[in-house]
Design a protein around this ligand. Structure first.
Ligand code: PRP
Length: 181
C-alpha cells in the first residue's frame, strides 16, 4: 500500500489488531444472536470493510441490509444534522437489528437511525462498531458491542475516509497534517 501509506503519520489500529477484535466480537455476537436471525444493517459507506470481514466470521443465520446516512459531509467536523440518503429496503417490524458501524463519534448518526428503526417496530436495535470515540459525543450514548476505543483524533482507513479517499487502507491510521492543512 505504498501510495497510501506515505500519507499516514502512524497506525492507530493495525490489521492484526483488527483481526483479533473481530474474533472477540464474533464470540460476543454469537452469544447474543444465535437462533435470532438478525438483520445486520450496514451504514454506508464506512461500514463496508468491517461489515464484510465481520459477517463472514459469524456462525448464525442473518440477513444483510444497508442504509446511507450522512453526518460529516466530506470534511473533518461532524455536522449538526443527519440526513437519510438511502433507506433500508426491507421490513424491520419484529426483527432483531444489528447496526454495523465503522466509528461512533458524536453519536448523532446512531441516535437518528436507532430511533427510526425502533419507531418502525424492530424487536431490538443494537450496534456493533469497530471504533468508538467517546470524547466526541454530543449525546449520551454507548454502543452495545465495541471493537476498540480511540482518542479524539481524526482517523482514516478500513472504511473511514478523508474527502472520500483512504477507505481502502487495510488498517486505521492518522493522516499526516500536511494532507488536510
Ligand atoms: C461517519 C461514520 C459514522 C458516522 C459517525 O459516516 O461512518 O456513520 O460518521 O459519526 P457520528 O457518531 O458523529 O454521527 P459519514 O457520514 O462520514 O459517512 P461515510 O460512512 O460514507 O463515510
Amino acid at each position: 500500500m505504498k501510495q497510501l501509506d506515505k500519507d499516514i503519520e502512524r497506525t492507530v489500529v493495525s490489521e492484526e489488531e483488527i483481526g483479533r477484535i473481530i474474533e472477540r466480537l464474533k464470540g460476543e455476537l454469537e452469544h447474543a444472536y444465535a437462533g435470532k436471525c438478525p438483520i445486520v444493517v450496514g451504514l454506508l459507506k464506512g461500514c463496508i470493510l468491517f461489515m464484510s470481514d465481520l459477517v463472514q466470521r459469524l456462525d448464525f443465520h442473518l440477513e444483510l441490509a444497508f442504509m446511507d446516512v450522512s453526518s460529516y459531509y466530506g470534511g473533518l467536523h461532524a455536522a449538526a444534522d443527519v440526513k437519510i440518503e438511502k433507506d433500508i429496503d426491507m421490513a424491520v417490524k419484529d426483527r432483531h437489528i444489528l447496526i454495523a458501524e465503522d466509528i461512533v463519534d458524536s453519536g448523532r448518526t446512531l441516535r437518528a437511525v436507532i430511533s427510526l428503526l425502533e419507531h418502525r417496530g424492530a424487536a431490538s436495535v443494537k450496534v456493533v462498531t469497530l471504533l468508538d470515540k467517546p470524547e466526541g459525543r454530543a449525546i449520551d450514548y454507548t454502543p452495545d458491542f465495541i471493537g476498540v476505543r480511540i482518542p479524539n483524533v481524526f482517523v482514516v482507513g478500513y472504511g473511514l475516509d478523508y474527502e472520500g479517499r483512504y477507505r481502502n487502507l487495510p488498517y486505521v491510521g492518522l493522516l499526516k497534517p500536511k494532507i488536510y492543512s
